[in-house]
Design a protein around this ligand. Structure first.
Ligand SMILES: [Zn+2]
Ligand SMILES: [Zn+2]
Length: 458
């Protein structure tokens, strides 16, 4: 397929996905449309227990040939082993005969030794073939995975695009429509020349990246248990369209989510001395928490603590008995994230105690930090440069990304492509320029082919 044909096909798919965004774990229409496009292209879809999202597989012909060779070598190895054992037995029997016949049997003794030597040589050959057989594997060749997410956000779009969201209050404002369309393009490219693939590529169309546990759902199916490497892409909102940005190490932060519930005594606003005021205590917790990052953590660390949701009271003349504070913490290690949350808990509990207010503190780790494998990052950079693409390094972001969960199990790289948006991700004005969809597709396809070749040692 030539680039122009691929690009125009992808743009039309992209506009459909942009017009039909769906929230995490509710991507039924999106999944059905992905399935239809892949099925029409003859791409195999695996039977994986996911409610939304799907996993496709493209197996190279070379991979199947290796499997056959592997099985044939295994058989030969077993046959040689049997012959070797039989010759050994013959050799021992001849040895016995030799002794019985005495000096006249010297010639037979010689024959026996020769057979013994042959037997040992056959044994060595047999072991070598066994090793080769094991190295060739089970017949599937190496397996790598390419991943896109597919979900959208609860945001009302204000881009003014003629293909803007048709679903009120829901928008592809993180570019996942771009990612999944690019991965569809990769599937079309790889499927068209799968006879040249040196193994198997799994294409992960992952649901629920935006806090819905999608990566864990995919991992729990076991579909990636045989995978040697994984590559994922994300749009870089403000980077120049088509620039590839990637760096080794962490690119996305670990994300914590906290919830503080205050229980005091409500009452008439005219008699605060008879109440235990949850609003005043809550305000002091928010204010006291500002000292955690600025006074308690190293200035060289990159960390965030933000309150994002407060709720208390209903009217102007009543002190409410309860208040709720929610927010997020970010850091580049789970240890530092834990430290920030422990300090926040202490501030919340002690501030509550000063005011005679009971405080419940809850927090959990939403995602761990991503971690790009240094050697594989070099491989991505070299592959992009070989394609003639502009490559930049990429500063870490305090945003979170559940691709980190794959990287915890499988070496991988999360790379980004500039889409020249006027607004940042998660903004109602975010626009991903679809002009470089084919670039993202082609780079992913080249990474897939290249990784398999490298893993096969070709
Ligand atoms: Zn997002
Ligand atoms: Zn995203």
């Amino acid at each position: 397929m030539n680039t122009d044909a691929l690009q125009s096909q992808l743009e039309s798919h992209f506009k459909w996905f942009h017009q039909h965004p769906e929230l995490s774990n509710d991507e039924h229409g999106t999944t059905a449309h992905i399935r239809e496009i892949l099925t029409n292209a003859g791409v195999e879809i695996l039977d994986v227990p996911l409610k939304t999202g799907l996993v496709a597989r493209i197996r190279g012909t070379t991979s199947r040939e290796l499997g056959t060779t592997s099985r044939e070598l295994g058989t030969t190895s077993r046959e040689l082993g049997t012959t070797s054992r039989e010759l050994g037995t013959t050799s021992r029997e001849l040895g016995t005969t030799s002794r019985e016949l005495g000096t006249t049997s010297r010639e037979l003794g010689t024959t026996s030794r020769e057979l013994g030597t042959t037997s040992r040589e056959l044994g060595t050959t047999s072991r070598e073939l066994g090793t080769t057989s094991r190295e060739l594997g089970t017949g599937d060749g190496p397996v790598i995975a390419l991943r896109s997410d597919i979900d959208a956000l609860a945001i009302t779009e204000c881009t003014g695009l003629d293909y803007a969201s048709k679903h009120p209050g829901v928008m592809h404002a993180c570019g996942h429509d771009f990612h999944l369309t690019a991965l569809l393009g990769t599937a079309l490219l790889l499927q068209a020349e799968k006879e040249n693939l040196e193994g198997t590529i799994k294409l992960i169309f992952q649901p629920a990246e935006e806090g819905g546990g999608g990566a864990q759902q995919v991992l729990d199916t076991g579909v990636l248990d045989d995978t040697a490497e994984i590559y994922g892409l994300h749009t870089a909102a403000k980077k120049t369209t088509g620039v590839i940005a990637v760096s080794p190490g962490p690119s996305h932060a670990a994300v914590g989510a906290f919830r503080i519930l205050l229980r005091g005594v409500g009452g008439h606003a005219a008699y605060p001395h008879l109440c235990k005021d949850t609003i005043v205590a809550g305000a002091q917790i928010i204010s006291g928490a500002q000292a955690i990052i600025s006074r308690n953590t190293s200035p060289f660390d990159q960390e965030v603590l933000s309150f994002t949701h407060t709720e208390a009271g209903h009217t102007w003349n009543v002190i409410p008995p309860e208040a709720l504070l929610e927010g997020t913490t970010r850091a580049f290690s789970v240890e530092k994230l834990t430290l920030i949350n422990e300090q926040l808990e202490q501030i919340a509990l002690h501030t509550g105690a000063i005011h005679g207010i009971a405080v419940e503190y809850h927090w959990h780790i939403n995602t761990i930090p991503t971690n790009n494998d240094p050697a594989l990052t070099d491989f991505v950079i070299e592959t992009a440069k070989t394609m003639g693409l502009p490559v930049q390094s990429c500063l870490p972001t305090m945003g979170g990304e559940d691709f980190a969960l794959y990287q915890q199990r499988i070496p991988g790289v999360f790379w980004t492509i500039g889409v020249g948006s006027p607004c940042a991700q998660h903004h109602p004005g975010f626009i991903a320029n679809p002009a470089v969809l084919h670039t993202a597709s082609e780079l992913m396809a080249d990474l897939g082919r290249g990784a398999l070749r490298r893993l096969r040692g070709v």
